[in-house]
Design a binder for this molecule. Structure first.
Ligand SMILES: *[C@@H]1O[C@H](CO)[C@@H](O)[C@H](O)[C@H]1NC(C)=O
Ligand SMILES: *[C@@H]1O[C@H](CO)[C@@H](O)[C@H](O)[C@H]1NC(C)=O
Ligand SMILES: *[C@@H]1O[C@H](CO)[C@@H](O)[C@H](O)[C@H]1NC(C)=O
Length: 209
């Protein structure tokens, strides 16, 4: 009995070490957004972003993810600012194209903007393993993809583990400034006239008394 405990402890220690050291498919992928960032989108616009997922062939073939399907989760961090038309893509190993020394997959996603603010487009790869380990249903998958920290409005884009992000800033259309300038000019003009007329009135009254 006394010997069992240290042995179990050692086993669980090794198991923990093994699982925390295990790579995710995200760690061996390089994700490239094109354009790299967008800082000048207008409210109500849409824009197409190309996402390129690349694996080093050798690294991929030698990894535990070789020949297994995986999923790509695509989302913006704030749905009120912008939304992407793709949420999840299932990728089969045969979908990967061989380009030079790499295996590649690329797709376009259309971003619709709604309200001014700073957000980011996030892409995360989820291996079939981590899906089946946790039950394999869509609910677990959604939990997997939403358990990350929420990015605050206006905060700088921090690199986070297990996902790739691209700046996505939505601004308000500027041409209301012209209307605003005309409005202010008219207001100033009216106030000047009013002051002038009021002055005349007082002057007239003064003369009378
Ligand atoms: C994207 O915006 C253009 C105009 O800027 C519009 O013609 C087009 O229909 C929009 N596409 C989508 C999918 O909303
Ligand atoms: C393949 O590699 C060569 C040399 O490294 C490079 O010039 C070429 O642009 C690459 N092709 C692609 C499609 O990336
Ligand atoms: C993405 O869009 C670009 C530009 O419209 C196009 O050249 C490219 O073929 C598209 N890629 C995919 C995978 O649809």
């Amino acid at each position: 009995m006394k010997n069992k405990c240290p042995f179990l402890c050692l086993l669980s220690f090794i198991a923990q070490f093994y699982f925390s050291a295990a790579n995710t498919i995200q760690d061996i992928a390089r994700i490239q957004f094109s354009p790299n960032y967008i800082h000048d989108l207008l409210e109500g616009q849409n824009v197409t972003v190309n996402v390129r997922i690349r694996f080093d062939s050798d690294e991929f073939f030698n990894s535990e993810f070789y020949n297994k399907p995986f999923k790509v989760s695509v989302k913006t961090l704030h749905n009120e600012v912008a939304t992407s038309d793709i949420e999840i893509i299932g990728i089969d190993p045969i979908d990967l194209k061989v380009v030079n020394e790499s295996l590649e997959y690329n797709f376009n996603t259309t971003i619709d903007t709604h309200f001014m603010g700073k957000t980011a487009l996030q892409v995360r790869l989820i291996s079939g393993d981590s899906i089946s380990k946790s039950g394999g249903d869509l609910i677990t998958l959604m939990e997997l993809s939403t358990d990350d920290e929420r990015q605050d409005f206006g905060s700088e884009l921090k690199p986070i583990k297990g996902a790739s992000r691209m700046d996505l800033w939505v601004i308000r259309e500027k041409d209301y400034n012209i209307h605003e300038a005309i409005f202010v000019a008219v207001l100033v003009f009216l106030i000047t006239i009013a002051n002038f007329l009021m002055g005349c009135e007082i002057f007239k009254n003064g003369i009378h008394i």
